[in-house]
Every structure is written in structure tokens, then in C-alpha cells.
Design a protein around this ligand. Structure first.
Ligand SMILES: [Ca+2]
Ligand SMILES: [Ca+2]
Length: 568
């Protein structure tokens, strides 16, 4: 039996660092209390350990036993063996064990590029002709002004497809870009040496910034030059069928300007202005253009502080009706905080800082597309030493809140059935829960940056383990990584390209406690909140991919690589 592969050993299927925690979870009945680490050909036993006492799963009550082999620290390819159960998938123990993952997660954005061919040289077997030139996009009646009446043709090329669909949404681009630019600001050395094999590799600009620029150029076209407001999205009226990008040729529109989109745009442009400043000779004028765009957007939002995007209302007043992702948000407190923070950090003009109430309440809401407060906090902490007295006065409170939040995340993690920070309550298993795990990891790494306390680093790592297989489903949610990883994401190119393997480096939204009620797929095999996942392309509620989920994966994987390099 121990010579047979079992799926009852749930672990990070990619592997483990030499000197970091190494945990696997054994589910179901075990014959005894001993486990072995063996070379992947099963010829040699390299470590022997004892399984911890059985725990009951928080939702399913299913038995789990934890196997801790953190003390093992030799390089190689191994399996975990539990007599009477079998052996695990093979995994590596080595330095830089997540290096390929970190690069692939970022390259996932290259595969989402609109308006360009993906050449075999860069895209391998997933090469494809260009889709969506977006050189002739119509101004929707909801976005019409005297200068740009309905039907005006504008050019709005480039950008990334948002998710499994082919539309481009400013709100969701906002948090995505903010997270990627934050990754660069926190770990510039790591990204300066990273090679993605994209068309811009070798141009002396870090590939992350080349990739981000593809979407930044598109975002700049989404600002109405007449008044500085920003269109909520560029979209078809309705979702395309499951076809390749080049076969989706419907008319596209920019729709209503809104305050959330405009503030997210302001934040991204302000942050981009300072990040691209050192690359002035390669991108002349870009940094200044971004700051001008950010300032205009901020001013529009001051004059229009509560223009919400309400798609149902919009469809009662304008044609054609729009039925694609709404990304409607009714609370803009956090968007104001984020935009003000980024403008302030870039310009050092305290008027931006004073324009918002930095602590509107005691909450520390985990970032998501409609909740971006902490992105502002992270930037203020990151640049604390270079700010004016107004912000320095608040710095101790900001750090205190950040650490308290990180401590709350860590609370009870070691005692849970899977030993991860992810899974403290059913609320973690929302639509796109993989991004919850990744964003919790980022929050913990912010705390680690402030304190250098290992518990935060290890907490973040536990959530990367979660994403790569140490979870109740046993799946690695990253395409192309792990023997039991997502194969059938709700992602039009992966469905339509005729290639068995999905486009690599994409993070599935993952477990979603209510997924079966939302997408009505019939292939779910469990209804427990932490197991509600189906690797089926019908499942947009548990198995879609999205840029705002991939971005925190990029941050988490790259940050752990960068920090591990310092240690080993
Ligand atoms: Ca480059
Ligand atoms: Ca909000």
C-alpha cells in the first residue's frame, strides 16, 4: 500500500524551502502513528516522524493528522509515506523552490494581453493570434458628454483581459495594478533580476514593469480628456461565447464614468508616477503623464464624490443594455483613502493627506476589488521615513493596527485541521477565496517587514502551502503547478484553444462556500464550505481566474522567494 499514490496526503505539491516549516496533512484512517520521508523513487528513507493527534475538520469533522518534517533540510525530490495510506505526490526540497511559480504567476498576465499576438517564442504551445485591437471603441450613451457624444469612436488598445472573459474593467485593474506595483516597491532587487521571457525581456527594464505598462497604457486611454473622469469599463454588451479572443469581434463600448473607477485610477497613476520615474530615459514623459492624469482624476472625484456604477439602473435608461461584470461598489471611503495616500506619498503634498480621514473606523478590511483601504496603509508604511510630519504623527497608530491585524490572522492557525492561516472562519471561503489566502499572506508580510518576526513570515508561507495543495480539496489552485492542480479553469482561451493543458500560471478562484448555488454546476462532490470546489470550466463561481487574484499570488510567491534568498 505504501508503494501506491494516495490523494489523502495534502501538501504543497511544488515543495519546501530548506530551512522553513514543512507540513503535510493526512486525511482519513491511518494504520499507525509513523510517517516517512523517502526519495521519490521510494528507495531510501531520509526522515522518520510521528503524526500528530487526530483533529476534526472545522466544517466536515473529517479526521486530519499533521505530519511535521520541518527538521529535515536536505535538497532533493521526495515523497511522504504513511504506512497503510500510501505515498504523496513528489515534491522538491530546495532553495528557490517557488522561483518558477513566482515567474509563471506574473507571466500569467502576459497570457491575458489584449490587442497583440502571443508568439510561440514567448507563449509556447499557447500562442494565439491577436484579439480585440480596441482601436475603435464606442462611447456608450451612459458616458456621453458634449465633447464626446454617444457613438464617438475612441482608441483604447492594450490592457489585460480581466478574467475568464474578454472585458477590461478599471475597478478591478485598480487593485491588480496597485498590488503588482507594491510588490515591485517592496522587493525591487528581486524583480530586477527576474526574467519572464516576454517580448520586452532584455530591455533593461524589469519585466514586471514592462508587463504592468501594458495595462497602464490602456488605463490612460480610459480617462475622459474633457474633464478627467474615468470610464468604469470597456466592454461588450454581453459576455462572449467560449471562443478564442480573435473570434470575439463584437462591438465594444466605454461606459459611464464613476467615482470608484476614477479614484482607483488616480491611485494607480500616482503610484506608477513614482515607480517609473527612474526609467525616464526609456519611457520619456511617462512619469509626468501619470501624475497629471492622477491629479485630474482626483479633482474630478472631488467634484463628483458619489457617482456609483449601478448597472441595473443604467440599463433602464440607456441602450444597449450591459450585462457583463458590474463591479459596483457603494462604499467609496476606502477608494478616497487609497487615492489620497498614493498622491500624498508621490507628491509629499499634505493637502492630499488632510483631504481624507485616515482611520474612519477601527476596521482593517482585507483588500479586495471593492475594498482598497489597506493598499493606502501599506504605501504609507512603506514610505514612512520620507513623509511629512502629518503622516509621521500617525505612523505609530498605523503600525499598531497593522500588527494587531496580522496577530488576529495568526490566531489559532496552528490548531486548525490544516494548520494554515486561511480558514479561520467560513467567511474566508468567499468567491475568489484563493485571493483571500494570498492577501492574508501579503498582510502578514507587511507585518514581517515592520518587525522581522518569523511568525509572520511562516504564516504567509502557510497560505502559499494552502494555495498549492495543503487544503481540504487537495488541489493546487495554480494551473501548471502540482500533479493535482486545476486543469479546467473557467477561462475562455484555455477552453477554446484545443490544447489539453490550461494556460499556465493562473490562479483559480478556488473554494467558495456558496459556489454550487451561484453557478449551478452539477459536478461538486462535497457541500462542506472548505471543500466546495469543482475543477470544471462551467464553474465560474469556484474555478474562474482573474487578474486581481493572480496579482496577490505574484506578490506572495515573489516576496517569499526574495525573503528566503536573504536567509539561505
Ligand atoms: Ca524587461
Ligand atoms: Ca470601496
Amino acid at each position: 500500500m505504501e508503494n501506491e499514490l494516495t490523494e489523502n496526503i495534502h501538501l504543497n505539491q511544488v515543495g519546501f524551502y530548506l530551512s522553513a516549516p514543512k507540513i503535510a496533512i493526512v486525511t482519513g484512517e491511518t494504520g499507525g502513528d509513523t510517517f516517512y520521508l523517502k526519495t521519490s523513487d521510494l528507495s531510501e528513507t531520509v526522515f522518520t516522524g510521528r503524526l500528530a493527534e487526530a483533529r476534526a475538520g472545522e466544517y466536515s469533522q473529517k479526521q486530519t493528522r499533521l505530519a511535521d518534517f520541518s527538521d529535515f533540510s536536505a535538497t532533493g525530490n521526495f515523497v511522504l509515506v504513511v504506512p497503510g495510506v500510501g505515498h504523496s505526490f513528489a515534491f522538491d526540497v530546495k532553495q528557490e523552490v517557488h522561483k518558477e511559480l513566482a515567474a509563471a504567476a506574473l507571466k500569467g498576465f502576459y497570457f491575458q494581453r489584449a490587442s497583440t499576438d502571443l508568439q510561440p517564442e514567448y507563449a509556447g504551445k499557447w500562442h494565439r493570434p491577436a484579439g480585440h485591437p480596441d482601436s475603435e471603441v464606442l462611447v456608450h450613451p451612459s458616458a456621453a458628454t458634449a465633447q464626446r457624444p454617444a457613438g464617438t469612436v475612441i482608441s483604447s488598445a492594450k490592457g489585460w483581459y480581466d478574467a475568464g472573459d474578454y472585458n477590461k474593467y478599471i475597478v478591478n485593474s485598480g487593485i491588480t495594478m496597485g498590488t503588482l506595483l507594491a510588490a515591485y516597491e517592496d522587493f525591487p532587487d528581486y524583480f530586477q533580476q527576474q526574467q519572464l521571457n516576454i517580448p520586452e525581456s532584455g530591455n533593461k527594464v524589469p519585466d514586471l514593469l514592462d508587463e504592468v505598462l501594458w495595462n497602464l497604457r490602456w488605463m490612460l486611454t480610459m480617462q475622459d480628456p474633457g474633464d478627467g473622469g474615468v470610464y468604469h469599463k470597456l466592454t461588450n454588451p454581453a459576455f462572449d461565447g467560449m471562443v478564442m479572443p480573435s473570434e470575439a469581434n463584437g462591438v465594444r463600448y466605454v461606459v459611464q464614468k464613476g467615482t470608484a473607477a476614477t479614484l482607483d485610477f488616480a491611485a494607480v497613476m500616482a503610484q506608477a508616477s513614482r515607480v517609473y520615474k527612474p526609467f525616464e530615459s526609456t519611457f520619456p514623459g511617462l512619469s509626468d503623464s501619470c501624475l497629471v492624469a492622477a491629479t485630474k482624476a482626483w479633482e474630478w472625484a472631488q467634484q463628483n464624490p458619489a457617482i456609483l456604477y449601478q448597472q441595473d439602473d443604467l440599463n433602464k435608461r440607456f441602450e444597449p443594455a450591459i450585462s457583463t461584470g458590474a463591479y459596483g461598489d457603494s462604499d467609496l471611503t476606502d477608494e478616497f483613502i487609497w487615492a489620497a495616500s498614493e498622491l500624498y506619498v508621490t507628491t509629499k503634498n499634505a493637502a492630499y493627506y488632510r483631504a481624507v480621514k485616515l482611520f474612519p473606523d477601527a476596521n482593517m478590511p482585507l483588500p479586495g476589488w471593492n475594498q482598497v483601504r489597506l493598499l493606502g496603509y501599506y504605501s504609507l508604511v512603506r514610505h514612512a521615513r520620507n513623509l511629512t510630519p502629518e503622516a509621521q504623527k500617525d505612523e505609530p497608530e498605523l503600525k499598531k493596527r497593522l500588527l494587531r491585524f496580522a496577530d488576529e490572522l495568526l490566531e489559532g492557525a496552528a490548531d486548525r485541521s490544516y494548520g494554515t492561516v486561511m480558514g479561520k472562519s467560513e467567511k474566508d471561503y468567499i468567491w475568489g477565496s484563493s485571493s483571500v489566502a494570498a492577501n492574508q499572506g501579503i498582510a502578514l508580510l507587511q507585518a514581517y517587514n515592520v518587525t522581522s518576526e518569523k511568525k509572520y513570515l511562516h504564516g504567509a508561507l502557510s497560505n502559499l502551502d494552502y494555495l498549492l495543495g495543503r487544503n481540504a480539496t487537495g488541489y493546487s489552485f495554480v494551473t501548471g503547478f502540482g500533479e493535482k492542480s486545476t486543469l479546467h479553469p473557467h477561462h475562455r482561451p484555455s477552453v477554446a484553444d484545443g490544447i489539453p493543458e490550461p494556460v499556465p500560471g493562473l490562479l483559480s478562484g478556488g473554494t467558495n462556500a456558496r459556489a454550487n448555488q451561484q453557478d449551478k454546476c452539477t459536478t461538486y462532490r462535497s457541500e462542506f464550505p472548505d471543500e466546495m470546489y469543482t475543477d470544471d470550466d462551467c464553474s465560474y463561481a469556484s474555478n474562474e481566474i482573474a487578474i486581481n487574484w493572480n496579482a496577490p499570488l505574484v506578490y506572495l510567491a515573489a516576496a517569499l522567494e526574495a525573503l528566503q534568498q536573504e536567509k539561505e
